[in-house]
Design a protein. Sequence first.
Length: 158
Amino acid sequence: MSRFEPMQRWVKRLGLGLMMVPLMWPLRLMGEQTDRPVYQVTPIGWVRVVDGRPHLDIDPRYQPALLGLESGVRIWVLYWLDRNDAPEPRARLQVHPRGNPANPLQGVFATRAPLRPNPIGLSQCRILAIEGTSITVDRLDAWSETPILDIKPVLAGE
């Protein structure tokens, strides 16, 4: 039995249309030597900024996954902070919030600092329009060309 079979059976039982995809970035602490599996992540698209407005440019193979999204819907966008993906920023575990030395030192898990062991960003935004596989959103705390990892709906009360 492969290590994915229990997950595949669970997904099938729930009727979820998920697939395992080989991924681009190995997720492990930098320099960590372990026999644990290495996980990888493949972007589903890229952030594009056109005339100052952020767009989520989704890979066409994921267009069926956009069913149910529409203008006005609030979503969470998860993305890879690729400009901070290097051993030194990943190793930094304490920061001054907002990069201000006047702020007391905090652990990165208590902040929204982009310097993290796994540089994953998260933004909540509202869909303004969807055209094909391009989603225009009201705001996004990410640079143009940032890889998008996932999109999730905001649930009531979030």
